[in-house]
Design a protein around this ligand. Structure first.
Ligand code: IVH
Length: 687
C-alpha cells in the first residue's frame, strides 16, 4: 500500500516535470520555427530535449502522441492511405491579366446585386504543395494531401516532422475541430543546398523547390522527409466546429495566435516579409492591380517561389453568399504572373564533361531574356531526357527558369521544326580526349573512361580548389583552364609545384596576383583529413561521407588501406559508396597522386579534439534510444578514441543499447558482444 502511494507520488511529480518540459520545448519550437526568434541557445534546447526523452523513457505511461519527441522515429509505410476531406479542397480560377481583377470585382457586385465596395484580402500565391491539417481539440490528428479535392492521401507521419507545424495548438480555449489548409514549400536557399547534397550522393537533383517539397512529402519513409528543410504556411480553412470567424483577416490573426505559421507571421520576418508585402486588405480593385504589379517586381527577392496573388473576399458572410462555381469558389480568384518563359532557337547541342566523366548534353540557344535574365544554355541532362523532349539542333523551343534557378527547355515547337532536322544522339566518345564513353550498368549517363582526360582534369581541379574542399581561393576557373591547356598542371599535386616565373609568363599574370596565387596554394596545406578526402572528388563521396571516412580511419595511411568491408561498417555508408571509394583509392595513379600530395607538404589537422584515449581500439555499435541524441553518443565515443560502426559483428566490442533496441541487440546477444547502456559507457572512460 505504502509503496503504491509512493509510486503514485513519484509519477505525479514526474508528470508535473514532464508537463513543464513539454510546455517549454513547445514554446521554444514556436519561437524558433514559427517566429524565427530563438530565445535560448541550441545547446540549452538540446539539454531540455534530452531531459524530456529520458523522463519519457523512465515513465513510458506518461508519454503522449503529441509529445515534441514524437516528431520522428516512425516506421516507413507500405503505401499512403486514401483519406476523404470533410469539405472539398477547391481550386482557384486563374487569370494572367491584371485587368481581369476589375472584371472579377464587377462580376461579384453584379452577383450580389449591390454597388457597395467589397473588402478584399489579397495574398501571395505560394507555389508548393497544398495540404490540410486536422486539429481535434487542439491536437494534430491528421494531415491529408489535396488529391483530387475530395480524397487525398494521409501524410500525417511526414507532416509531423515539419517543426514549424504545431502538434498541439497554443491557447486555453481551443475549437473541437479546426481544419487548416496551407502550402508546404521549400525556401530557395534550402533548395539549393539540398540539390548540392543530392548531387554529392549521386542522386538526381530536383528541378525546382516545388518538386523538391512535393517529393519530400511523398516519401514512404518519414526519416527522409525529416531530413528535408520544409516550411508550411496556412491560408484557408476547411471544416471548423466550436469557433466562428467573421473574416479572412480575423481567421489569420486567430490561427496565428494558435501558433500556426501564417503569411501574417511571415510578413513580420525581415528575410521572408520583404517590405510587408505578403498580404493586403483593400476595397479598391485598382489597389489590387497595383499590389499585383508590386509583388511581381519583388518576387525574385522573396525567399520562396510564388506564382501570382490570390484575391479573396474578406468577409466569410459574403463568401457564403457568393458560393462556388463547379470546383472553384466564386469569392476568390488567382491573378497569376506571366510564366517566366521565352521562345528561342537551339543553335547547337554541346557535350560537357564533368569531373566524374559524365557526358551531359547542353543546348546552346540564341540569347533570350526571361524574367530579366539572359538565358543561353539549358541542360538536357542525359539521352533519355533528350529523347523524351526530342530537342534537335535548329529547333524553336520554349525555355523557362524553373523555380527561379535552373533554365530548362519546356517544349519544342514542332510546327516550326525545319525539314531534315535530325534526332540528336550523344556520341559514345569523349568530345575532349576522344576516349570511348560507356554507360555503366544501372545508370542513365554515358561516362568518359579516361581518368586523365583534360576536361575531367579541369573539373576535378575546380572541385579540388573550391571553398569547401582545399579552399585555394586565388586559383579560379580561368587559371585552371590555362594551366591545363598549357600542360603546366596534369594532377592536383602539380599545383604545389608551380613556380613564380612560369606563372608570370602566362598571359595577364602580374607579380602581385601571382604571389596571391602562390600564397593561397601554400595556405591550403593543412586541411582536415575529411576535407582532403572530399577534395579528391571521388564519386558519391560528398563532404559528409568524407568526414565519416576520416573519423573512422583517422589517418591517410589507414584510409588508403580501407576495404569495402571496413567501409560498410560505417553507419551511413552503403555498398555503392564503399565500392566506388575502394576502386578509386586502389588505382595505382590515385595512390601515387596522394603520396605526391603528402610529399608536397600536406599535413592534417585533427578533426576531433580528443579528450582521452580510454576507448582506443574498441569498436562500438549504437542502437535504441538514449538519454542523448545518437550523434552525441557517437561523438562521445570518438572523442575518447573509440570507433563506431553501423552493424554488429564478431569484431564489435560493445553494443551501446538504449530503450527499444531491436535486431542489433539480438545479434549482439547471439555473438556474445558486451551490451552496455549510456551510464556504463560513461563508466568505461573512468576506468
Ligand atoms: S486560398 C480555393 N491562398 O492555390 C480555396 N490558396 O490554384 C482558396 N494557394 O489549391 C485557397 N497560395 O493550394 C489560397 N495564399 C493562398 C494560396 C493558395 C497558394 C494554392 C492553393 C490552391 C491553389 C489554387
Amino acid at each position: 500500500m505504502a509503496r503504491n502511494i509512493f509510486l503514485a507520488m513519484a509519477s505525479k511529480s514526474a508528470l508535473t516535470k514532464l508537463k513543464t518540459l513539454t510546455e517549454s520545448i513547445r514554446e521554444h519550437d514556436y519561437n524558433y520555427y514559427v517566429l524565427d526568434q530563438p530565445t535560448i541557445s541550441d545547446r540549452e534546447y538540446d539539454r531540455l530535449y534530452s531531459e524530456l526523452l529520458k523522463l519519457e523513457e523512465d515513465h513510458p505511461e506518461l508519454k503522449s502522441e503529441s509529445s515534441p519527441t514524437m516528431r520522428i522515429g516512425w516506421t516507413p509505410l507500405d503505401k499512403f492511405i486514401k483519406t476523404p476531406h470533410r469539405e472539398p479542397m477547391l481550386s482557384l480560377q486563374n487569370s494572367y491579366s491584371p485587368e481581369d481583377i476589375l472584371s472579377f470585382d464587377e462580376k461579384l457586385k453584379r452577383f450580389l446585386k449591390s454597388e457597395d465596395p467589397i473588402e478584399y484580402f489579397a495574398q501571395v500565391k505560394l507555389d508548393g504543395l497544398a495540404v490540410e491539417l486536422v486539429y481535434e481539440d487542439g491536437t494534430l490528428t491528421k494531415a491529408i494531401t489535396r488529391g483530387d479535392g475530395n480524397i487525398g492521401e494521409d501524410v500525417t507521419q511526414n507532416i509531423k516532422t515539419i517543426r514549424s507545424i504545431p502538434l498541439t495548438l497554443r491557447g486555453k480555449v481551443l475549437p473541437k475541430l479546426l481544419e487548416i489548409r496551407g502550402e508546404i514549400v521549400m525556401l530557395k536557399s534550402d533548395f539549393k543546398n539540398l540539390n548540392i547534397q543530392q548531387q554529392e550522393r549521386g542522386q538526381v537533383p530536383f528541378a525546382n523547390p516545388r518538386n523538391a517539397a512535393a517529393g519530400s512529402i511523398r516519401q514512404l519513409d518519414p526519416k527522409v522527409t525529416a531530413s528535408r528543410p520544409l516550411r508550411f504556411f496556412a491560408y484557408a480553412k476547411g471544416k471548423v466546429e466550436g469557433l466562428n470567424f467573421n473574416t479572412q483577416s480575423e481567421f489569420e490573426k486567430i490561427i496565428s495566435e494558435f501558433g500556426l505559421p501564417t503569411l501574417k507571421v511571415a510578413n513580420q520576418m525581415k528575410e521572408l516579409g520583404k517590405k510587408n508585402k505578403l498580404s493586403l486588405i483593400t476595397t479598391l480593385p485598382e489597389e489590387l492591380i497595383k499590389y499585383y504589379r508590386q509583388v511581381d517586381k519583388l518576387r525574385h527577392s522573396l525567399e520562396f517561389d510564388i506564382d501570382g496573388i490570390v484575391i479573396k473576399t474578406n468577409s466569410f458572410g459574403i463568401q457564403t453568399k457568393l458560393g462556388n462555381i463547379a470546383r472553384s469558389p466564386r469569392w476568390a480568384t488567382a491573378a497569376k504572373f506571366e510564366p517566366e518563359q521565352g521562345e528561342t532557337t537551339v543553335e547547337d547541342i554541346i557535350i560537357q564533361v564533368g569531373r566524374t566523366g559524365a557526358l551531359t548534353p547542353v543546348a546552346v540557344m540564341a540569347p533570350v531574356n526571361v524574367g530579366g535574365v539572359n538565358i543561353t544554355n539549358a541542360t538536357l541532362h542525359n539521352q533519355d531526357e533528350l529523347d523524351r523532349k526530342d530537342v534537335r539542333i535548329g529547333d524553336t523551343v520554349i525555355v523557362q527558369r524553373a523555380g527561379d534557378v535552373i533554365p530548362e527547355i519546356v517544349q519544342v515547337i514542332k510546327k516550326k521544326r525545319k525539314k531534315g532536322a535530325k534526332r540528336f544522339t550523344i556520341p559514345a566518345q569523349c568530345p575532349v580526349c576522344k576516349s570511348i564513353a560507356i554507360k555503366p550498368e544501372d545508370e542513365v549517363v554515358l561516362r568518359c573512361v579516361n581518368p586523365i582526360c583534360d576536361a575531367r582534369l579541369k573539373e576535378s581541379l575546380k572541385h579540388f580548389v573550391s571553398r569547401r574542399a582545399m579552399n585555394i581561393d586565388k586559383v579560379g576557373e580561368r587559371i585552371i583552364e590555362t594551366l591545363v591547356d598549357e600542360k603546366m598542371v596534369t594532377s592536383f599535386s602539380d599545383l604545389y609545384k608551380l613556380e613564380k616565373e612560369s606563372l608570370m609568363a602566362l598571359d595577364r599574370q602580374g607579380e602581385k596576383s601571382t604571389q596571391n596565387i602562390l600564397d593561397s596554394i601554400e595556405a591550403s596545406k593543412n586541411p582536415t583529413l575529411g576535407r582532403f578526402i572530399f577534395s579528391l572528388g571521388i564519386r558519391f563521396v560528398g563532404e559528409q561521407t568524407a568526414s565519416l571516412i576520416a573519423d573512422q580511419f583517422g589517418s591517410i595511411e589507414k584510409v588508403l588501406e580501407a576495404s569495402e568491408e571496413s567501409l560498410l561498417e560505417i553507419d551511413g555508408i552503403g555498398p555503392k559508396v564503399a565500392s566506388a571509394f575502394v576502386s578509386e583509392i586502389s588505382r595505382p595513379q590515385m595512390k601515387t597522386e596522394i603520396q605526391n600530395l603528402i610529399k608536397s607538404g600536406i599535413t592534417f589537422q585533427s578533426e576531433n579534439t580528443k579528450e582521452s584515449n580510454s576507448l582506443q581500439d574498441q569498436v562500438f555499435v549504437i542502437t535504441g534510444t538514449h538519454p542523448y541524441p545518437r550523434d552525441h553518443v557517437k561523438d562521445f565515443i570518438l572523442t575518447h578514441g573509440g570507433k563506431v560502426v553501423g552493424s554488429v559483428s564478431k569484431n564489435t566490442n560493445y553494443l551501446v543499447a538504449g530503450e527499444a533496441a531491436g535486431s542489433k541487440l539480438e545479434k549482439a546477444q547471439k555473438l556474445g558482444v558486451d551490451i552496455i547502456d549510456w551510464d556504463s559507457l560513461n563508466k568505461l572512460i573512468m576506468k
